[in-house]
Design a binder for this molecule. Structure first.
Ligand code: URA
Length: 215
């Protein structure tokens, strides 16, 4: 005979009460992401906190299968508090659309969450200070694939002395997920006439789409 639904519910409630008495906490993915974002927004761990307008934690779908990781916020991102909203961001958005995704279907963030002055590369101590935030974001979102944009982001995940041209185009393992390194959109913009670069990025993105079962 089927069990009474009210009885099942009351048994589940009893179990949850028992577990919470033991100190087990039930936190939704959304609330833990929000509290991580708040921690990032208030972070004072490195000197970039003194020069930023605001930290830029990241944005997108908290259940995303695909995560894009850039280097660090630039001027526009520092002002708006959102990742990839300047010129490079517009190009990234076009790439995302070409992959038949919307921006809000993927998750976008950076290795370092605060703008380095003058858009210089983030330094080792800044990357180290920010490292746990990124690792926590990856754990919370649990994507299937990470696309790293540019050498700084690739270096975080892949131990290699190869340059971007040799590195890109292959998947690398990082824990239980795949990392696809590709060129940074700013590099494509700086080399606007270089059709080969664009083609390479598109080849990389097609591999990601195929891996995710996208046509
Ligand atoms: N470049 C990056 O690496 N990240 C941004 O958010 C914007 C530009």
């Amino acid at each position: 005979m089927a069990k009474d639904p009210d009885k099942i519910l009351s048994e589940v409630e009893d179990k949850l009460k028992f577990l919470s008495l033991l100190g087990v906490e039930f936190v939704s993915r959304e609330s833990s992401v929000v509290s991580l974002e708040e921690t990032i927004l208030n972070c004072q761990k490195c000197p970039l906190a003194q020069t930023r307008t605001q930290a830029v934690p990241g944005e997108g779908n908290l259940n995303a299968q695909l995560m894009f990781i850039g280097e660090a916020p630039g001027r526009d991102e520092d002002i708006q508090g959102r990742p990839f909203v300047g010129r490079a961001g517009q190009l990234l958005t076009k790439i995302i659309h070409a992959m038949t995704f919307q921006r809000d279907e993927v998750y976008i963030t950076n290795i370092v969450k605060c703008r380095p002055p003058g858009n210089r590369n983030p330094q080792g101590n800044e990357i180290t200070s920010c490292k746990d935030y990124l690792l926590a974001q990856i754990e919370q979102i649990d994507p299937k694939v990470i696309v790293t944009l540019g050498k700084v982001a690739a270096d975080f995940f892949i131990r290699s002395s190869l340059g971007m041209t040799a590195l890109r185009g292959d998947f690398y393992d990082f824990d239980n997920l795949k990392v696809m390194p590709t060129f940074h959109p700013s590099y494509l913009i700086r080399n606007e006439g270089n059709k080969t670069l664009k083609k390479m990025v598109w080849e990389d993105m097609k591999k990601v789409m195929a891996f995710l079962g996208k046509k």
